[in-house]
Write a protein of this length. Structure first.
Lengths: 110, 113
């Protein structure tokens, strides 16, 4: 079973920041948080991952709470092309399984 | 560069027919390989993963099987397809030695009639 919970769907206005939450209250100390997105009829695309520090790359920022029980993916200026299903998963170092939940369907509105 | 190939891209098969989907990867040797299935409107279900040639771990008991005859080749098979096998099949890879991030192929859309 997935070890994360996410809202089923969210809307965001184009040009505004999209903040996607994820709860992972049972996360262990050696488990990373990964974010992927899936645009319709395509394979999931890697976005970002982190352990305990906040991370930023060209696509997004990842904010992890101090207790590591939740995180937020931030798309700073959402565009229509960011409309997708966003998945948050946790995976322990040295393990092989990546278990995906049902994700959040983000719709960016013009 | 690291690339994942899947074929065919789409497939329509009758119930009871056999299935063979192929995934090949380019890049470093000894990748970890994965098969996922996504039913319409649903999330990703991990089916099989492999950490080496001939080594297969099955996550969900069903009428599917997987094989890894070569280091960079992963095959998903069935002897007799069921209607419930319809879905989007995704191959994924972790290139060992280049972090632990999993990357996905373009997928195969299977319709069983």
């Amino acid at each position: 079973d997935a070890k994360t919970t996410q809202p089923t769907s969210m809307d965001c206005a184009e040009g505004r920041a999209a903040n996607l939450p994820c709860n992972h209250s049972t996360i262990s100390g050696n488990e990373y948080v990964y974010w992927y997105r899936q645009i319709h009829s395509q394979g999931p695309q890697y976005i970002i991952h982190g352990l305990k520090n906040n991370e930023t790359n060209e696509m997004a920022s990842l904010i992890i709470t101090e207790d590591r029980k939740s995180s937020t993916l931030i798309l700073p200026h959402a565009t229509l092309r960011d409309t997708a299903v966003y998945y948050c998963i946790v995976r322990a170092t040295g393990t092989y399984k990546y278990i995906f939940g049902t994700g959040t369907r983000l719709k960016v509105l013009a | 560069s690291q690339t994942i190939h899947q074929w065919p891209a789409t497939l329509v098969q009758p119930v009871g027919s056999p299935l063979s989907l192929e995934c090949t990867v380019e890049g470093t040797s000894n990748p970890n390989l994965y098969w996922y299935r996504q039913a319409a409107g649903r999330g990703l279900q991990l089916l099989f993963y492999s950490v080496g040639i001939g080594q297969i771990s099955s996550e969900v008991p069903q009428n599917l099987s997987a094989s890894r005859p070569q280091d960079r080749q992963f095959i998903l098979s069935s002897k007799k397809l069921l209607l419930s096998d319809s879905g989007f099949y995704l191959c994924a890879c972790v290139w060992t030695g280049i972090g632990d991030t999993q990357y996905f192929g373009p997928g195969t859309r299977l319709t069983v009639l």
